[in-house]
Design a binder for this molecule. Structure first.
Ligand code: UD1
Ligand code: CA
Length: 453
């Protein structure tokens, strides 16, 4: 692989997004647009990456630092001006690959092919183009007798040019030195008064240099995100790609169009996902797990053969063979051991539940440690908050908690202890003890008769 520096243009305001957030930070399938572009560049093995930032530079810089060098474009005077800012950082003899931060669907094999073609043809520049049924808004590729002549922006184009369907994707390969020379000569003489990167092609041609185009057969890869309609369109395409990818890897997705899987999710073979489920963030689901219907998992780790139904879970670790739901809510830092059962209307937060334990109905468990084979009766609540601070509940192995118990934290229930139903437990309970806290039942015989008198 020849040496290339990748330059990602990401300084634009993204006016058409109508947003406080810089355009490249808008998310697509769980992560910002810029991340998708960085992923693609990293996949083809380019390690030197420069990102041009400007509008909202603090947010973008903070997000990509460590993955890319940062070049600042103070005023956003156009794509040519943006690229010019990177010139002082370019190394002699290296090729330059230019990408747009707003083109997230570009695939790495397309980029690979573009570079190979560029090398083979020994052109000064190679433009990645695509055929669009609706080319509106894109720069058009003007050819004469099959040879590249120019790129004309929508706003600068005449009626004839507007009908051209081959568009500029905004991705290019350059021979470094030719690019530097040509960039220094562009001017803002156009309808928008901007320095167009695309003007370098006129200059290169006038110097008798050679320009090639590679038209990608998959026009969806060229989709540039300029507004929220295009963002939604791109996300639809990406979700479809992701679903097909996982199905080919051995995942069953029932009614695929109702299932949404983020780009960084990892699924294993023989996972089954039922309709209306959303798998978000960096969720990982291991072999044989059955998810859904109607389940949202975000940044969760589901180990082998989990069964999770009608559940919302975030930042939770769900051990092998767990049964969760229907209607469970697992909040961050929940950790379920092997074969745990969490039933309906149970909320768990920042708690670890040991192997074989059961919390089958109507419970809140927060800031707790539960050992192995604990049984939590219906309606049991950990009272973890005293109005100021959170406190911990410890329930050791083999404890049986009767229904409708309040465990007032901080509290420790010893191994094998039993708590009688309906108790409010405020003191630690030793191992093997029975603890009860309730008023003695009063039974008045023949009450109905007594009332009648
Ligand atoms: C650009 C191309 C157009 C192409 C289209 C593909 C030019 C003149 N036009 O148009 O031919 O069909 O992309 O999507 O290049 N940017 C900066 N600094 C600036 C201006 C823009 O960094 O001063 C960045 C933006 O953040 C964006 C990228 O460059 O990531 C493209 O800019 P944008 O304004 O979206 O260009 P288009 O009008 O889409
Ligand atoms: Ca654009």
């Amino acid at each position: 692989m020849p040496e290339y520096t990748a330059i990602i243009l990401a300084a634009g305001k993204g006016t058409r997004m109508k947003s406080e957030l810089p355009k490249v930070m808008h998310k697509l399938a769980g992560k910002p647009l810029i991340d998708h572009v960085l992923d693609t560049v990293e996949k083809i093995g380019i390690s030197e990456v420069l990102t041009i930032v400007g509008h909202g530079r603090e947010v973008v810089t903070e997000h990509i630092k460590g993955r890319s060098e940062i070049v600042i474009q103070d005023d956003q005077l156009g794509t040519g001006h943006a690229l010019l800012q990177a010139v002082p950082f370019l190394k002699k003899g290296k090729g330059v690959l230019v990408l747009s931060g707003d083109q997230p669907l570009l695939a790495s094999d397309t980029l690979d092919y573009l570079i190979k073609l560029h090398e083979k043809s020994k052109a000064s520049a190679t433009v990645l183009s695509a055929h669009m049924d609706n080319p509106y808004g894109y720069g058009r590729i003007i050819t004469y007798e099959g040879l590249f002549k120019a790129i004309v922006e929508e706003k600068d184009s005449d009626e004839y040019q507007k009908k051209i369907k081959e568009i500029n994707t905004g991705t290019y390969c350059f021979e470094g030195f030719s690019l530097q020379e040509a960039l220094a000569r562009i001017t803002p003489k156009n309808v928008q008064g901007e320095y167009y990167l695309t003007d370098v092609f006129d200059i290169l041609l006038s110097q008798g240099k050679r320009i090639e185009t590679y038209c990608t057969p998959d026009s969806t890869q060229a989709l540039g995100i300029n507004n929220r309609v295009q963002l939604a369109e791109a996300e639809d395409i990406l979700f479809d790609r992701i679903r097909k990818y996982w199905m080919m890897e051995g995942v069953t997705i029932v009614n695929p169009s109702s299932v949404f899987i983020d780009a960084d999710t990892v699924l294993e073979q023989d996972v089954i996902i039922h309709p209306f489920s959303i798998i978000k963030g960096k969720t990982r689901i291991e072999e044989g797990s059955i998810i859904g219907p109607s389940t949202i998992l975000e940044d969760c780790y589901c180990q082998k053969r989990c069964r999770i139904e009608n559940t919302v879970a975030r930042e939770a670790i769900i051990g092998p063979d767990c049964l969760v739901g229907p209607f469970a809510y697992l909040r961050p830092q929940t950790k379920l051991g092997v074969g745990v059962k969490i039933g309906d209307f149970v909320e768990i937060k920042n708690s670890s539940v040991g192997e074989g334990s059961k919390i089958p109905h109507l419970s809140y468990i927060g800031d707790s440690y539960l050992g192995k084979n604990v049984n939590i009766g219906a309606g049991t609540i950990t009272c973890n908050y005293d109005g100021h601070k959170k406190h911990k509940t410890v329930i050791n192995d083999d404890v049986f908690i009767g229904s409708n118990t309040n465990l007032v934290a901080p509290i420790n229930i010893g191994e094998n202890a039993v708590i009688g139903a309906g108790s409010t437990i405020t003191k630690d309970v030793p191992s093997k003890a029975l603890a009860l806290e309730r008023a003695t039942q009063k039974t008045i015989e023949n009450w109905q008769k007594a009332k009648d008198k």
